[in-house]
Design a protein around this ligand. Sequence first.
Ligand SMILES: C[S@@+](CC[C@H](N)C(=O)[O-])C[C@H]1O[C@@H](n2cnc3c(N)ncnc32)[C@H](O)[C@@H]1O
Length: 384
Amino acid sequence: MILDVEVERILPGGMGLAHADGKTVFVSLAAPGDRLRVRVEREQGNVLFASIEEIITPSPMRIEPPCPYFGRCGGCDFQQLTYEAQLVAKSEMIRDCLHRIARLDNLPDIVVTPSPDAWRYRMRAMWQIDQDARRIGYYERGSRRVCDVVDCAVLRPEMQARLEAVRATEWHEFPPDLKHLDVVAGEDGVSFAPAFANFDTRELSLSVRGETYRYNAAAFFQINPSLLGPMIDFALGDASGESAIDLYSGVGLFTLPLSRQFRRVIAVESNPIATRFARRNLREAGLETAQVIGANVADWISGVSVRDVDFVLLDPPRVGAESAVIKGILNLHPTQITYVSCDPATLARDLKKLFAGGYTMRSIRGFDLFPQTHHVETVVRLVL
Ligand SMILES: C[S@@+](CC[C@H](N)C(=O)[O-])C[C@H]1O[C@@H](n2cnc3c(N)ncnc32)[C@H](O)[C@@H]1O
């Protein structure tokens, strides 16, 4: 089915919203204000999912996507928007989730801090490998087919150079079962997991706000280094007191600065490689008072008997925090909570429970860690 529609705005998840024939239409790769001829790909209840057949009148926010893989590669879905429009769309996406899911009205303006680099910012990536088809890159949009990517415009130059080196490697040097590679850069090189041929899981380091973090590709590290300082500043602010807990702590991005503001800090993280780095990062910083616990957060928080916690920071993966984790945080009764989230929808779901537990929002800010995509990092500070 072909329809003519006008795109009203961008929804959480990155699709454009339009209406036609009494139905809601979700259009991929759209810009607000576009007049489009779209092809309906599938129908789900009252919602039609559509792709662009023809741009009848382009939105003033629309630009020519510079990447030759745009539309086919599943990596970037915002290249059709000016950078300014990307930031506005992300602010609206956060607001939409908080309003619709967390039932928050009278929200302040949600500032999304721009990335200093809108291109060539990415220092972490997962490269998909299809050895039968001899392709290396990212999954194509909506499929498990690998899009063969020669030059990825959002990779930092040192990552792009390593992508080229991987692509230049003879196929017989790839382990036969290798389907994807986790890759991360630091100030001193690029690390791969798993290691193969000349690509090792080397240890790297990066300095942020005077702290040195060591990590490798087998542990989580943030994608965009240029906004980490401002994000840490906002997440911690002037919080201080006796004790703080850092949940989903990785290699200690927030644990180190927290340990300078609080007398006692407990960090909880399930990846043993990350916890090893976190302990070492703390030790090398001379921050011996912090304790790093290797555990699933839900298990740990359900059994813990810590008292008088002043501050809890949580930075869960995209799925958000399990109900047991929110319940556990409410039982700890901290006076301040900072929630760092990479998905506004699960953030809003979890915030609703924290509001019901007596917390109110003190401040909120978005950080554009992921330019050219619909993804956005949100930091919310709550008080009891
Ligand atoms: C979004 S990352 C944040 C890491 C760290 N705060 C940072 O900014 O670098 C989420 C972290 O949670 C860890 N993780 C995921 N599920 C977990 C769970 N159920 N319990 C404990 N840690 C978990 C992951 O290994 C990852 O390090």
